[in-house]
Every structure is written in C-alpha cells, then in structure tokens.
Design a protein around this ligand. Structure first.
Ligand code: GLU
Length: 326
C-alpha cells in the first residue's frame, strides 16, 4: 500500500470521526451496573486491512467489555469443535426479529432462533464450556487473544455484575434445559457466557478480530491461522442476517455487511477478504446498538462502496478505491 493510500484511509477515518464526534444521542447501557460506569462520550474508530495495515482515530485504545460481540466468535469455536450438524441440532440460524434478550424458542424444534441472541449464545456457551469453568473460559480468552494479536483478560467487576443481575439469562437457560437444548450444568454454561461477555477489548482489538474473519481466519498482522477456514463463512452469513438484533434487516439493507454489536458500545463489521472495521461509542439506541457505531458504519460503507451488493458504481469496491488512490 502506498503512502498516499494510507494517508487517504487515515484522512477518511478522521473525517468520519469529526462528522459524528458531537453526536450525543442514545444512552449508556445501565441494566448491568458496571456498564453504566462507561464514559458516554468516548468514541473510537479502527480499520484493519487483510494485508495488516492498521488505522485508528479517537479513543481506540480505551478498554470496554466485548459483550455480545463475543457471540459470533463463540459460535465459530463451537462449529470448529463439534461441526455444523451438531451445532445446528442445538441452535437455528433464523433471524428472530426480536430483542437480544427475548425469551422465546423456535416453536417446532424448541431451539433458539440463532447464535447471535442470548438464548442461542447460552446454548453455544453450554457446548464449548469444557470440563472445568476455568478451562472453558481460558480457551475462549486465549483464542480471542490470538485474533486480537495481544493477550486479553476478563473484566472481573463486569463478570460479577453480569452474574449478580443475570436472572433473565438464567430464565432463558432453564427454559432450554427444560427443552433438552442444554445439559444440567446450567450455572457452568452461564458462567461461560457471562465471562465471554466480560472480555476486555479495545476498538483496535475488535478491528483486528474482524479483519481475522475477513482474512479467512488468519490474523493479518501475526499471520497466525486462528480459526479454520471451513466455518468462517457460516459465521459471516449469520452475522449478516442476525448480527444487529431487531435492526438486522435494516442494517443488511442500508450497510450490507456482516456485523455484530454489543451493549458495551462496540460494533464490528467485516468486509470479506478486504478489511475489518470497529467502532466504540457507548451511547446506545433503543435496540441496544451504538448510535455513533451505526452512523460510522453507514458512512464508511457508503463512502467506500462496501455494501456486499454494491456493484453498480464503477470503482466502488474498496480494493478498486485503493488501486485508484495509488
Ligand atoms: N451480557 C449481555 C447480556 O447477555 C450481552 C448483551 C448484548 O451485548 O447484547 O445480557
């Protein structure tokens, strides 16, 4: 990549940052007391290309908890460990059109609708929880560290807060025990899920993780194969249709990228074989998605022609844009 190109990308991020930096709409999540401590005005954007170029602006080193952005990665780990059929026996891949914490199962099979809402993610956590609590959590933390390219840790205060206040998730888990979706080690599965949500990351970590998905499971900087190639497409497909809760349809329509948001204020989007984007801004809209996160992704997708089906404009794809900028 030439210096002109890299300058152009950095300038684009800076312009988008400046455009939205004064937006104050939305509220910080408060249903978990620890999350309410986030600084509402924090704002960072990162973009990592599959050839390992990293671009960031704003509070990109500020740590926060990954929350629901853990879900696609946990789904990927379950697919790697158990294969497609065994995972689909426990969780469907249908958009629910409902909120992240909805208490409902698919009426015919009693499976959760998809792995991106809490029910599906708890079913996945039950599958990947391993024989001891520490073992399952450590496996997840280590693998996510490889995707981020640095060692990561759990935020213990958030984990305690999740555990103390997670009665709705407990209700969902017991409903799934009753329907034979998860085994009787309910507390163990919930611990795995709460710990996954409590992983501490920054915006740059998330962009590297999403670039790892874009790069067929290979971390673009360390060059390590973190995830097997076979199931990355499964995860991207489900992120595309279910990643933004009950905003997923409009997101696919307007932004057109596989993505996942979390109530910690993070959001990631994947441009397959090209790059990973992430935004951190903790003020959320009524559906639990970061207000500025959505605005930034819409702007970048429009400006750089990133929508998966955006083929009408000549030179609209990011790679063509890069070539033109050389
Ligand atoms: N830990 C949160 C919960 O399960 C995650 C929610 C989210 O980020 O959507 O309630």
């Amino acid at each position: 990549m030439t210096t002109t190109t890299t300058t152009h990308i950095q300038e684009t991020l800076q312009n988008v940052y400046d455009k939205f930096k004064d937006v104050r709409d939305g509220e910080v999540a408060s249903y978990i007391p620890e999350l309410a401590k986030a600084k509402p005005d924090d704002f960072g954007i990162s973009l990592t290309t599959v050839d390992g170029q990293v671009f960031s602006v704003g509070d990109f080193e500020k740590e926060f908890t990954i929350q629901s952005i853990c879900k696609p990665f946990a789904f990927l780990m379950a697919l790697e460990e158990f294969g497609r059929d065994a995972v689909l026996e426990k969780v469907c891949v249908e958009p629910s059109g409902d909120a992240f914490n909805s208490i409902e199962l698919e009426p015919k099979t009693m499976r959760p609708f998809n792995p991106m809402i809490n029910a599906g993610a708890i079913a996945i956590a039950s599958m990947i929880k391993k024989s001891s609590r520490d073992c399952g959590v450590q496996y997840f933390v280590d693998k996510m560290g490889l995707a981020a390219g640095r060692k990561l840790d759990i935020d213990q205060a958030v984990l305690v807060s999740e555990t103390e206040t997670g009665n709705r998730n407990r209700a969902i888990a017991y409903l799934m025990l009753n329907c034979g979706i998860i085994d009787a080690a309910v507390d163990h599965a919930l611990h795995q899920y709460f710990a996954q949500c409590s992983l501490k990351v920054n915006c740059q970590d998330l962009a590297m993780m999403s670039a790892t998905l874009a790069n067929m499971g290979i971390n673009p900087v360390t060059k390590q194969q973190v995830f097997g190639l076979e199931y990355v497409k499964d995860v991207l497909a489900v992120m595309f249709t279910c990643g933004l809760y009950d905003y997923a349809g409009e997101w696919a329509y307007r932004v057109g990228l596989p993505a996942k948001s979390g109530v910690g204020g993070g959001i990631v989007a994947v441009v397959n074989r090209q790059l990973g984007i992430s935004v951190y801004s903790p003020r959320l809209d009524a559906k639990g998605n970061s207000v500025r996160g959505i605005a930034v992704c819409k702007e970048l997708a429009a400006h750089l022609g990133l929508h998966a089906f955006d083929f009408t404009n000549v030179g609209s794809s990011f790679m063509e844009w890069l070539t033109a900028a050389k």
